[in-house]
Design a protein around this ligand. Structure first.
Ligand SMILES: NC(=O)c1ccc[n+]([C@@H]2O[C@H](COP(=O)([O-])OP(=O)(O)OC[C@H]3O[C@@H](n4cnc5c(N)ncnc54)[C@H](OP(=O)(O)O)[C@@H]3O)[C@@H](O)[C@H]2O)c1
Length: 244
């Protein structure tokens, strides 16, 4: 089997590391790519073709892992050349996934939950062809959500509704505790009910949110946009907080 990648950053690199099989060949291209991506490709065990169009043409499964902004353009450019499955793993809204499906024959909507370089990332997939990707379970825990394109992206967005809003609340509460010289005690008493690893997890979450607050705000904006008919009082407050 041949698995091709459009985009060779952290996700592609880790997928190649996780999916170890003598029966699978990985392909990508360095066409118009940065020096950083070219060194990622050189470090990995992948074959390189001159263009992404050739990669799409030669792959049984083409995986798009570029960026949320590039995802639709990549689908438009290469989707039609894929004879097998096109798996989109970018963090895009369900609306974008549906637009991608207009340019691709057999799209599977995918969402990685958890950081790809964590010990147990999970892959959630949806779409009629999802079952054909269940062999991935041998390498990365893979779960089918439904046969509808958009459900995997929607589930990821729903998860972010909770996690990103909670991060904003955590930042605010921890700051108040710090202003009152009770930061450590604040985490200690929360750990009594939230679990022993709460302090470490919260600090990592706060740090992660503050260092990428622009991207997190953009994701919250996407949630506000997508679920605009719902009650989004808390999400909007989190967006205001992270935009400050
Ligand atoms: N990191 C995670 O844990 C995680 C988890 C879930 C989902 N995701 C999603 O997965 C996608 C990739 O994430 P990542 O962390 O791997 O990003 P990354 O490390 O920034 O890598 C992105 C890769 O895509 C390439 N690229 C960008 N535009 C392209 C285009 N038009 N054609 C071909 N290649 C292109 C980049 O090449 P250049 O260097 O040349 O720009 C780079 O190799 C994102 O959409 C992200 O939302 C990531």
């Amino acid at each position: 089997m041949i698995i091709g990648f459009v985009g060779f950053g952290k996700v592609a690199e880790n997928l190649v590391r996780l999916i170890k099989s003598d029966d699978i060949t990985f392909l990508t291209s360095t066409e118009n790519r940065s020096s950083n991506t070219i060194s990622n490709i050189k470090r990995a065990n992948v074959e390189v073709l001159p263009t992404f169009r050739e990669v799409a043409n030669s792959s049984d499964i083409l995986i798009s892992v570029t960026s949320p902004k590039e995802a639709l353009g990549v689908g438009e450019r290469y989707g039609r050349y894929v004879k097998g499955i096109y798996l989109d793993l970018n963090n895009v809204s369900p609306d974008t996934t549906i637009k991608i499906s207009e340019h691709v024959n057999d799209l599977v909507d995918g969402a990685i939950i958890g950081k790809i370089d964590s010990s147990n990332p999970r892959l959630y997939i949806s779409g009629e062809k999802s079952e054909e990707l269940l062999f991935l379970n041998d390498y990365i825990e893979t779960k089918i959500i439904s046969d509808r394109i958009g459900d995997a992206s929607r589930l990821k967005l729903l998860r972010s509704t909770y996690t990103k809003t909670l991060s904003a609340l955590l930042i605010e509460s921890a700051q108040i505790a710090k202003n009152n010289n009770l930061e450590e005690e604040f985490f200690d008493i929360l750990a009594l009910t939230e679990g022993d690893d709460f302090k470490d997890k919260s600090k990592s979450r706060i740090n992660n949110t503050l260092t990428s607050s622009k991207r997190k705000s953009e994701e919250l904006e996407e949630i506000v946009d997508y679920f605009n008919g719902e009650d989004l009082t808390m999400v909007k407050a989190a967006l205001k907080k992270l935009s400050q």
